[in-house]
Write a protein that binds this ligand. Sequence first.
Ligand SMILES: Cc1cc2nc3c(=O)[nH]c(=O)nc-3n(C[C@H](O)[C@H](O)[C@H](O)COP(=O)(O)OP(=O)(O)OC[C@H]3O[C@@H](n4cnc5c(N)ncnc54)[C@H](O)[C@@H]3O)c2cc1C
Length: 470
Amino acid sequence: MSRKEFARIIVWFRRELRLHDNPVLSQACEAADEVIPLFIVDEDILARPDTGPSRVVFLCDALAVLDKNLRELGGRLICRRGKMPEALSKAAVDLKAEAVFFHNEYEPYGRERDRRVSADLNSLGIAVRSFSSICVSEPGDILAQTGKPYTVFTPYKKVWFVHPQRTLYAVPKTINVPENVHGDAIPDAKSLNIQIDQTFDCGGEDAAMKLLDTFAESSLRSYSDQRNFPANPGTSMLSRHLHLGTISASFIVDTVRERAGSEQFLTELAWRDFYFQILFHFPHVVEGAFRRPLNKIKWENNVDLFNAWCKGRTGYPIVDAAMRQLNLEGWMHNRARMIVASFLTKDLLINWQWGEKYFMRRLVDGDQAANNGGWQWAAGTGTDSQPYFRIFNPVSQGEKFDPNGDYIRRYVPELRKAPSSAIHAPWKMTPLEQSYCGFELGRQYPYPIVDHKERRTLALKLYKDASSEN
Ligand SMILES: Cc1cc2nc3c(=O)[nH]c(=O)nc-3n(C[C@H](O)[C@H](O)[C@H](O)COP(=O)(O)OP(=O)(O)OC[C@H]3O[C@@H](n4cnc5c(N)ncnc54)[C@H](O)[C@@H]3O)c2cc1C
């Protein structure tokens, strides 16, 4: 007779696709004789407009790696496809599970799905348990003395740095998956009918661990000095893995904490948790501004200007380089994200939510909490935003953070031969200088689509009007 709490548990994987420091998998192995690692391709998620195809490809690859790693422990990944909550209830009944374990989600969609799934399973007499896993400090762990959530980052961060962290979970020694349990093939781009036009690294948990190793050994030391220059590989590039949980945020903290240069890097991980708790406590940010009065901004929302921004054809080289990096690679450097977001909202006067959606379609690391937080920060509508009157100048941002123009040359080949002194404002070059550098403004490369100085004045007025309407 079994001495464990359950005979058979389903570990329902959604994100958190890893074996290391996986609280759900480890606790399921402790609690049951048999464990069924299950992934269900959620048809509702596949159909959502903010589900970027590149993220689905990255996910499929991570599932293949997870299956491989589970097999090394004697287990395997069982895949199914369907709609929630029915698909999970059906699987739990078919597979004769006594309990289903999964991680806590903080996005409104995931929370509502998990609520429905739990109700269904409970009505079938199947136990449900969910565990903290995604964050270093989960939403609700850190509250202000008033008992309310923090809405300003700096005091949140101070507590985050000293808040006790959960112990890490070791990889289970073996995973006992019953022999007679079968699933569908691991999904891939072909079987899901997904086509992508971006090139990026995948590799699931294995690649994530190597990336962390390399970063901790080489770039962490200089992270603080280098992280703002988009031409340099100065940041970890771990965001896509953190989003899907092919690496554990707590494991990263444990790996880097005692190393030189870790403080600024840990601050970025604190931002990640900060935005998760904002999304959790203030889910209205999904629909609009955190500071609701700023929903009244009368954006121009010019579709032609938006399309030029999406394609990287604004005539502002740093903006165009960044948008082309996103379109080609599914990733964009953080400094560049701040520049293009400021440009969309404060130069093109386009609603930040248009940019937010475009990013979600194109980013491999697209993450509702961080993306929404980043957009609201840049647009000045968020919790801890930069004040609306601080407007990035796209030329001086380029000069400061891409001083030699290397980033621009990499993604805007039309300007490859432009000298560093002129590359950030090519419209100041004479026709002769342009032709010497192999381009002509208005032909190979556009004139600026707006005048920054004029638009800045207009933006200030739009924001002031919306703020004073209250
Ligand atoms: C407009 C805008 C949109 C953004 N959208 C996303 C998004 O969809 N997904 C996403 O993961 N990040 C987003 N960010 C945050 C940040 O740009 C990326 O996390 C970072 O560029 C990823 O590269 P990295 O892994 O090399 O970062 P590193 O500099 O190595 O940072 C380490 C990790 O910390 C976290 N992090 C870093 N900066 C932030 C931040 N400002 N907010 C929240 N978490 C952060 C990420 O998980 C990142 O992987 C956005 C920022 C802005 C301004």
